[in-house]
Write a protein that binds this ligand. Structure first.
Ligand code: PTJ
Length: 275
């Protein structure tokens, strides 16, 4: 069994070389290097039980939307990231919920964000099993150096009949602002119904999660989180500015602008392709 190789590329952290996936050489010069290296890492962490098998499908869906957005942080995403940082910096009890995909992709970055805005990290899994819960909590604690909630789930989020309702009283249930990277629509809607301000990170601008969120960040997780951290570090010192940013932010309008950007991009691309 070969050990995981840990690398840093373009300021983000990656684990490469899946244990049971044949070795592949991904040249640095490959135009899709970053994406291919990330896939290797996701494959490895699926073998290790951290990422669920359907997590790989969710990852592929994210890649497709990212492709449509040009694999970059679009200006509307920057606006949402600033609004998200403002919301987190003003929060009394911010919580960041983390699932298998989010832990695999951006554990350290989420740890940095939690420190920047004083947020608690809580693991909430869609495919919940005690062993997997333990694994994701251990991984997140090792990578962030922070205490993580979730091993003992003593609370229930109202409006969800399945296991996904499980959470902690001290974390999610008591939170006023919740950051939900790569979350499904049911839980996002239930959190809004419970009176929480919800920040989503989801590359799909059409998802129920993005639509339900107070602030929907339509950007790739590993790009979005460091941007939000940098903004939050400044805004915690400037609450007036943070309130002003939130007053001017309109989630629906921002999502419409992103959809328009995708459509225009596709039309432009289509006309080039028919040359
Ligand atoms: O670890 P678990 O058991 O809690 O399961 C986690 C997944 C992600 C499998 C589960 O929450 C799930 O099924 O999520 P959905 O409903 O597929 O939603 C995931 C959303 O995240 C989709 O809209 C994707 O487009 C989006 N997404 C995937 N990868 C990224 C992403 N958004 C931002 N950055 C990404 N890297």
């Amino acid at each position: 069994m070969r050990p995981a190789i840990y690398r840093t590329y373009l300021g983000a952290h990656f684990y490469v070389r899946a244990r049971f996936v044949p070795d592949v050489h991904i040249p640095e010069s490959h135009p899709r290097h970053r994406s291919l290296v990330t896939r290797e890492r996701m494959a490895q962490l699926t073998e290790e039980g951290l990422v669920s098998v359907t997590g790989l499908i969710a990852h592929g869906r994210g890649e497709a939307f990212d492709y449509l957005l040009g694999e970059r942080t679009v200006p509307e995403a920057e606006t949402a990231e600033r609004a998200a940082a403002a919301l987190l910096s003003l929060a009394r009890r911010p919580v960041i919920t983390v699932n298998g995909n989010a832990a695999a992709l951006a554990a350290r970055e989420l740890g940095e964000l939690s420190r920047a805005c004083g947020a608690t990290l809580e693991v909430n899994l869609f495919h919940r099993e005690d062993r997997r819960m333990e694994k994701v909590c251990d991984f997140l604690e090792r990578e962030t150096g922070e205490k993580v909630l979730g091993r003992r789930q003593d609370g229930l989020l109202e409006g969800i009949s399945s296991d996904r309702a499980r959470c902690t009283k001290e974390g999610l249930l008591a939170a006023d602002v919740v950051l939900i990277p790569l979350e499904d629509g049911d839980r996002a809607e239930a959190m809004v119904k419970a009176g929480k301000d919800v920040i989503s990170i989801d590359l799909n601008p059409l998802s129920r999660t993005s639509r339900a969120a107070t602030v929907a960040v339509v950007d790739e997780l590993t790009r979005a989180v460091p941007n939000m951290t940098a903004q939050a570090r400044g805004l915690v010192q400037r609450p007036e500015e943070a309130r002003d940013i939130l007053d001017r932010f309109d989630n629906r309008r921002n999502l419409e602008a992103i959809l328009e950007r995708i459509c225009k991009g596709l039309t432009g691309q289509a006309s080039t392709d028919t040359r």
